[in-house]
Structures are given as C-alpha cells and as structure tokens.
Design a protein around this ligand. Structure first.
Ligand code: SF4
Length: 465
C-alpha cells in the first residue's frame, strides 16, 4: 500500500476560507492525502489566500518566496513538494502568479476546488496548471461529503456554506470580482450536509455566505426559499441545538429572517450586521445601497421580536472623502445601537475597485486617530456587555477542554467564551452556567445543574425530509 501523502493548508481571511480549506482537505483525502501541521514534511502545500488583507498580493508573493526555499530543500532531500495557490488572490492574480512565482504548480480560484485532483495531475504531466474561470457547474455538487473522522475531529461546531458571491458591488470590496455573482445552494443539499454533520456529533451550525441573507435557494417544492425558511427547516434536524448565520447585508433583512428569530429558540440572538459607516454621504460613496435610517430600522425589526438580541458589525474608518462630521456620525450610530462586539479597520485601497481610484483620501494620521476613538468606544460597549453577564445564568454549549487543567470551555449564545471546572462528558451539551467573573473576554462560572439542559440524541437526525 502506498504511504499517504501529506497536505499542509495555510488559510487566511474569512470563515468562508476556513470552510473551503476543510472542503479541500476532504477532496484530497480521496487522493490519499492526510493533513500535516508542518510545511517541512508536506508533499503538497496550499496557500488559501484572502484578498481583503492589505497588500494581499504582495504578502502572498513573499510567502511564496519562503515556500520556494522549502520546495528546494525538499527536492534536495529527494522529495517532490508541490505548491498550490487557492482563494481570492489566486482568482484575482491568475496567470500573474504563474509568471512571478515559478515554484507554484497549481493556481485555483475559489469556484474550482473540486477540480484540484485533476489540476494536480495536469501539473504533474504538463508542469503547471491554472483554473480561475467561474465554471458552469456548481462545485458543491462535486465536492465529496466530509469523512466521519474529519467531522468528529473538527468539533461540535461547523460551518456550512449556503451562498457564495455578491451582486452588491460596494466600491471598496473585491468580493464580487473574486467570488463572482450570488449563487445559492439548493435546500436539499444543505439539509443533507447538516444531517450528516449532526449525525457525527456537530451541535451548532453556522450558515455562511458573503451575503448570507440574500440566500435564495431552490426548495424541495421547486419554489425559492429565503434564509428564514431554510433556518426553520434546519431547526427541525435532531441533534442541532444552535443555528447561526454570517455575514448579512442590511438590505436583505426580510420578513422570513425576522420570523425565524421570533420563532426559533435554536437561532442564536446575535446578528452580525455590517454597516461600515454612520454617514449617509459615505454610505452612498461606498455604494452600500442603504441609508443609516434603513440600517436602524433593520435593527429595530430584530429587536421588536427578540428583546435579548445583540448585534455586531464592521466599520471602515477613513474611507475616501470621510470628514470629521462623517466620522462623528459613525460614533453617534455606534452609541445609539450599542454593540456586543465590532470589527473596525482603516480603509486601504484594493486594486481594481472603484474606491481605489477616489482622489479625496484621508491622511494616515487622521485615520489612526479616528480608529483609536472608534475602537475605544466599541471596547467600552463590549466590556459593558460582558460585565452584564456576571451574576446571571446563561446557557453554554461546551466545545472542548480548556488549556487550564480541569476546565471545559464553551460559548454563550453571544459567542462569549465561558469556562467551568467540569468533566469532559459535558462537551457537546448545552448547560446552564452561573457566571461569577470575567477575565478579559472570557466568562468564568459554575455549572448550575448536574443534569444536562439539552442532551441531543446522537445519530438519529432524520425528521421529515
Ligand atoms: S456586500 Fe459589499 S462588502 Fe459585502 S461582499 Fe458584497 S460588495 Fe463586498
């Protein structure tokens, strides 16, 4: 029997890339590859790149420079190491990677991972292979189901891609160019994936997509299902105790999603709803296709059906043309909404996007100063949100043993890490925890009851469909 070949994947960026990396591992498992944590003993190294990072392409080329040395060392030791570049930089740069990085064997765009085995074979016979087209077929139809052992090793929480691509064309963003137009997976395939995950111990599913709430997949009845209807159906799958979704666009908050939050206890009351700026003038320059008032209205709709709902968001400071009054409007919006968490970044241009051509740039000093002010405000809100948990009893889904011996760590409904002293038997269960204290961003507490609040049955996942 041939010994397994070793695969090392270095993944950057969003949850979608984490999920894609897992699907590449699943695809290549069928070709006899097993994962290794080390580049040095790998037969195949895949850089799963992200174009959102600042100077993304240049960082990929310097990483490829390091890999060229590793490949050279492997060859001297008599091993044939292959290098593949995947993800959004692969899509955006394509042939340029082949031209500038002779050590690279395969370049594959995010829509073509299912062709990886064939591309590796092609590279073996023809030297190098590239595929960055948007293929007519849906890659998900061709990707193999993850193996049982792989699901179990990945833990009790899993991502499932339900939608890819974006038609919004925000002026700062490369996603519509690198991931293509919005495409939704059919409901039946998603149900199949979730049942298989539940059957193998997964308890929490996060549905992911660049514009996840623009989901419009074909239902089993032939009609188009919105995200809310899909969530209703997934909540019926035995074993799944928590549902989440990310990332949403304010314009796509529809009745079905609001109803899902109203009706489904399994749908967690934390919504990531990026707004980017609190100024209508800047939102318009960003081509966000919504106003501040519309964003607030979307927030109010969630709050009207679930009083315990909390929000996180994304912000860009220093977008071209942003004046002090625009930034103050952002601070005012943050103050008004009150976030449980938020991510904030200084604007940096992405080549090929309309914003990269905008002339009225904000000085580095102004950007730095605004980012500090915004982050201080967000940090205060996040701390207040976490402190408010002290003294309360919250449900925690336990995930794994913590670094401190004897401690088990899980997540609250709001994704706060929570630690308790307990046996590892509680992993995979939702248990009420009395929160005693807060250590930075982690809650510390005690199990309230020795009996499980929810102990979902394993392996019987078939309800209805
Ligand atoms: S909505 Fe805007 S920021 Fe989000 S993926 Fe689409 S273009 Fe990018």
């Amino acid at each position: 029997m041939k010994p397994p070949r070793k695969l090392h994947i270095k993944s950057y960026g969003c949850q979608m890339n984490v999920y894609d990396a897992q699907r590449m591992v699943d695809t290549l498992a069928g070709e006899g590859f097993i994962e290794t944590k080390s580049v040095d003993d790998a037969d195949l190294v895949i850089l799963n790149t992200c174009h959102i990072r600042e100077k993304a392409s240049e960082k990929v080329y310097s990483e490829l420079g390091r890999l060229r040395v590793a490949k050279h060392d492997a060859a001297r030791a008599g091993r044939d190491m292959r290098i593949a570049v995947a993800g959004c930089v692969a899509q955006a740069e394509g042939e340029e990677i082949i031209r500038r990085a002779p050590a690279v064997d395969v370049v594959v765009g995010p829509q073509s991972y299912h062709h990886l085995p064939e591309l590796l074979k092609r590279a073996g016979t023809h030297g190098r292979a590239i595929e960055t087209e948007f293929p007519a077929e849906d890659k998900f139809t061709f990707l193999p189901q993850p193996r049982r052992e792989a699901i179990r090793a990945r833990g009790i929480s899993a991502f499932v891609t339900v939608q890819e691509g974006c038609d919004k064309f925000c002026t700062f963003c490369v996603v519509p160019y690198t991931r293509g137009a919005e495409v939704s997976r059919p409901v039946a395939r998603i149900i199949e994936d979730v049942k298989q995950l539940a059957d193998n111990g997964v308890r929490e599913i996060t549905l992911i997509g660049q514009n996840v709430n623009a989901y419009h997949g074909e239902g089993p009845d032939g009609s188009t299902w919105p995200l809310g209807k899909l969530l209703h159906r997934l909540a019926e799958i035995r074993g799944i105790v928590r549902l989440r979704y990310s990332t949403s666009h304010p314009r796509d908050v529809d009745d079905s999603l609001i109803e899902a939050h109203r009706d489904l206890p399994a749908l967690m009351p934390l919504v990531h709803l990026p707004v980017q700026s609190g100024s209508d003038r800047i939102l318009s320059a960003m081509n966000r296709k919504h106003t501040v008032a519309e964003y607030r209205k979307a927030i109010d709709r969630f709050r009207a059906v679930r009083q315990d709902i909390a929000f996180s968001s994304d912000f860009i400071v220093g977008f071209p043309g942003e004046r002090e009054e625009d930034f103050l409007a952002t601070l005012a919006l943050v103050t008004q909404i009150g976030y449980a968490a938020a991510y904030s970044f200084k604007y940096s241009p992405r080549p090929g996007t309309p914003a990269a051509e905008m002339q009225e740039t904000v000085s580095a000093a102004d950007m730095d100063e605004r980012l500090v002010r915004l982050q201080e405000l967000i940090d205060r809100q996040q701390s207040a949100f976490n402190v408010a948990a002290i003294g309360t009893t919250v449900d925690v889904l336990f995930e794994r043993a913590a670094r401190n011996v004897g401690q088990i760590v899980g997540r609250t409904a709001y994704l706060q890490p929570a630690h308790v002293m307990a046996s590892s038997d509680i992993i995979g269960e939702v248990r009420p925890v009395r929160i005693d204290s807060l250590e930075r961003y982690s809650l510390l507490g005690e199990l309230v009851s020795p009996a499980p609040a929810i102990r979902p049955a394993l392996s019987e996942t078939n309800i209805g469909a």
